[in-house]
Design a protein around this ligand. Structure first.
Ligand SMILES: [Fe+2]
Ligand SMILES: [Fe+2]
Length: 256
């Protein structure tokens, strides 16, 4: 399994599974011996695969309807699978170890707000925004009215992306860069690993929406280049966009 996807080694290492010398044993057998739930381990590996796929996909090569489908399948489905698991882990680890590491309570609080906000956000994208984008791409004739409507919606969604980015930065700070203490149990380690994966997936996710999908959708009707539309969107947000601002996690992602 590690030969096929080397990045899986990090999950095995964090869970204390020997994928090197003991790597020929069936996963279910190893999980039983370690007291781990095989389904949870498979879900972690699957989530990691989703991130790998997301990294290799080129959003610029997709049509807008295809890009909406891709975001739903790679990023929204990922959140639908991971958020309930993180909800369980952040609650459990805070309850069990919160007296020893008080920041676990803060992680739990930040996660609860993040969970509610990002769930409502993705639901709005899937039920209202993406259908409008698909419609606009397929439509003939003047698209100016549709573009004007989307422009306001995109500014709101981008502000929500910034809020999500701020929550992810808090997770990183509260976990010392997702580094568990020596005494951390498997669930504790799995939670940190899941939060690190969440950050990676969200960076890809928001990049595809802010920098590809939204500007290209607006350019459909505006007859302008996506870069020009990108500047217009920045001007509409509450805080003026500053490319060198360290508070904007997207710039950090784009520089990698
Ligand atoms: Fe999204
Ligand atoms: Fe979004």
């Amino acid at each position: 399994m590690v030969r096929a996807v080397p990045a899986r080694s990090r999950i095995f290492e964090n869970l204390g599974i020997d994928y090197c010398c003991g790597g020929k044993k069936p996963l279910a057998e190893v999980c039983r011996a370690k007291g781990l739930d095989p389904a949870t381990v498979v879900a972690m590996l699957t989530a990691l695969d989703g991130v790998s796929d997301a990294s290799s996909a080129n959003p610029d090569a997709m049509g807008l309807a295809e890009l909406c489908d891709h975001i739903e399948q790679v990023h929204h489905d990922y959140l639908r699978e991971e958020l309930p698991r993180l909800d369980f882990m952040t609650r459990k680890v805070a309850a069990v170890h919160g007296d020893h590491e008080t920041r676990l309570h803060e992680i739990r609080q930040v996660f609860e707000s993040f969970n509610v906000a990002i769930t409502a956000h993705t639901e709005e994208e899937e039920s209202v925004v993406f259908p409008k984008i698909r419609q606009l791409e397929a439509a003939d004739g003047d698209k100016a009215a549709g573009v004007a409507e989307l422009k306001t919606v995109f500014a709101k969604l981008e502000s929500e992306h910034d809020n999500a980015g701020a929550a992810l930065e808090r997770f990183k700070g509260l976990t010392d860069g997702y580094t568990p203490p020596d005494w951390a149990c498997n669930t504790f380690r799995a939670m940190y690993d899941a939060l690190a994966n969440l950050e990676r997936n969200m960076h890809q996710h928001v990049h595809k929406e802010n920098n590809v999908l939204f500007p290209r959708a607006l350019a459909l009707g505006a007859g302008t280049a996506p870069d020009t539309v990108r500047n217009d969107l920045n001007a509409m947000k509450d805080e003026p966009a500053e490319p060198s601002s360290p508070a904007c996690y997207l710039h950090e992602f784009q520089d990698r």
